[in-house]
Design a protein around this ligand. Structure first.
Ligand code: CTP
Ligand code: CA
Length: 229
């Protein structure tokens, strides 16, 4: 959808957006992955380009056409996503981590296809944690004045409400903004629309009513622009 914006408030700015879901290889034909479509990240990249930014889009396994006027870097695993994001973040004014990195990867990857045993047994897969890219770029900033944005899809649980958990996550990550989706009522994955709250490390909270991913993208960039020096 065409968003008309007369404001080039990101002109002269370099921004990085990550999108999609990473895959961790088990063997040559199998992987652990997730259902992130990459649509919100692509909407963010498109919106930033429309506002005049120089955009690097780091795309993990996304089946969408490259947005016009955007540099697209394709990656597969969380390790590759980390390399690409860290490299682009070095000169970026803003980084938005809209990707869903796999939290875990197999300790070992088989070079050959894993076969079934005749006795009906199944292999055990041992996992290890992946690096936390958002936390890393937030706590070790290449540029201290950069604005860093995370995403979180949360359900409330016994330990707290969606917003309690999101506030705690924002503090834990050390980012400036956290875009929170309440997924208690069902998955947002793959849908064309979104509804969110944009939390700021400064205590701000902007409610975003149900609307398009493009509309949410522009509201996120509005929050970023007010924080750029
Ligand atoms: N993220 C990241 N690196 C990871 C995992 C997550 O940079 N290894 C980023 C995501 O891109 C997102 C934010 O962190 O912007 C929050 O992701 P989420 O999965 O909610 O956070 P986790 O710390 O993995 O917490 P959880 O245990 O709830 O999955
Ligand atoms: Ca996670």
């Amino acid at each position: 959808s065409a968003t008309v914006t007369a404001v080039h408030d990101l002109a002269g700015r370099q921004v990085v957006v990550s999108a999609g879901g990473t895959r961790e290889r088990l063997d040559p034909v199998r992987f652990l992955g997730n259902r992130s479509s990459g649509r919100q990240g692509y909407a963010l990249a498109r919106a930033a380009a429309a506002r005049g930014a120089e955009v690097t889009l780091v795309a993990a396994n996304v089946a969408l056409p490259d947005p016009a006027g955007v540099k697209v870097v394709r990656v597969e695993s969380t390790a590759e996503l980390r390399d690409a994001v860290l490299s682009a973040a070095a000169s970026a004014d803003a980084v938005v981590m809209a990707a869903a990195p796999a939290d875990f990867r197999p300790v070992t990857t088989s070079e050959v296809k894993i076969k079934k045993a005749d006795d009906g047994s199944a292999p055990a897969i041992t996992l290890q944690q992946n690096p936390d890219i958002l936390k890393e770029i937030s706590t070790h900033r290449a540029r201290p004045e950069s604005v860093i944005v995370g995403f979180a899809a949360e359900t409330g649980d016994a330990t707290g409400s969606v917003l309690d958990l999101a506030r705690a996550k924002l503090a834990r990550k050390g980012c400036d903004l956290l875009v929170v989706n309440d997924v208690s009522g069902g998955a947002v994955f793959g849908s064309t629309d979104n509804e969110a709250v944009i939390l700021g490390a400064d205590g701000s909270a902007v409610d975003v009513p149900h609307g398009s991913k493009s509309a949410l993208a522009h509201l996120i960039w509005d929050q970023v622009v007010t924080r750029l020096s």
